[in-house]
Design a protein around this ligand. Structure first.
Ligand code: NAP
Length: 244
């Protein structure tokens, strides 16, 4: 059987990099995309993947990325993140716009561009990394909640519209995963980022990558619609048990 092709967006760090590693180990031909090409190339060299620069907020970048592909059987929409944690009263419109651009329109751009290849594959699959923020609103989560709720809506509509087509659609919604996510959210403030995980054991990127690998390996007649995965110490978006 010829090797199947997986595209992983946002693979220069965290969940995307771990997912690319897990898929490569499972025998997928992996294409990784992100803006930081030096990191991508290091990962690609390590796992035998192909690195291509990608900014999912830029249509011309998405077009150039997709033009380099000769096939796509699996798209992992992982690129995304949160910017800030201001209340609605203090919301920064630019941060909201940026979160909508990367999480929602980025997922839309990639999905739309690769849907013809996914259908042509005869057994295509889209796995989108949402968040617990897509399921539960929380204080200070407004812009990220709005963006990830929109990602969930997009993913659900895609699942409905792919009924009868050979494309499976899954959303994986993680809780706390220790990656660069909080560092990005708090604009490089390492102390603030560390506080997010203080007193508990968060998940690692590999924990979510294992779910991506497993979902991707289900047989063609099985669609995992949605998975919520939390650290044992976290029960909801804002409630966690922390040791002193
Ligand atoms: P991360 O370590 O900050 O990784 C984010 C990745 O997204 C990086 O590889 C980054 O690469 C890429 N990215 C950001 N903007 C991009 C753009 N415009 N175009 C292409 N790639 C872009 O964080 P992570 O935790 O692995 O996050 C991965 C996904 O999981 C995100 O969708 C996030 O919202 C979601 N998530 C994370 C958590 C958590 O607690 N960590 C929980 C739930 C959901 P470049 O900067 O090189 O482009």
């Amino acid at each position: 059987m010829s090797q199947r092709t997986a595209v992983v967006t946002g693979a220069s760090s965290g969940i995307g990099a771990a997912s690319a590693r897990a898929l490569a180990a499972d025998g997928w031909r992996v294409i990784v995309g992100a803006r930081r090409v030096d990191r991508l190339e290091a990962l690609a060299g390590e796992i035998g993947a192909t690195a291509i620069e990608l900014d999912v907020t830029d249509q011309s970048s998405v077009d150039a990325f997709c033009a380099r592909l000769d096939a796509c059987d699996l798209l992992v929409n992982n690129a995304g993140g949160a910017f800030g944690s201001a209340s609605i009263a203090d919301a920064d419109l630019d941060q909201w716009q940026a979160m909508y651009d990367v999480n929602v329109l980025g997922t839309l751009r990639m999905t739309k561009a690769l849907l013809p290849a996914l259908i042509a594959s005869g057994d295509g699959q889209v796995i989108t990394i949402g968040s617990i923020a897509a399921r539960e609103p929380y204080r200070g989560g407004g812009g990220y909640n709005a963006a990830k709720h929109a990602v969930a809506a997009l993913t659900r509509v895609l699942r409905i519209e792919m009924l009868g087509q050979p494309v499976r659609v899954c959303e994986i919604d993680p809780g706390m995963v220790e990656t660069e996510f909080s560092l990005v959210r708090f604009d490089g403030d390492a102390d603030k980022a560390a506080q997010v995980y203080q007193g508990l054991t968060p998940m690692a990127a590999e924990d979510i990558a294992e779910a991506v690998r497993w979902v991707a390996a289900r047989p063609k007649h099985v669609n995992i619609d949605q998975m919520t995965i939390l650290a044992t110490a976290q029960i909801s978006a804002q409630v966690a048990h922390r040791e002193p």
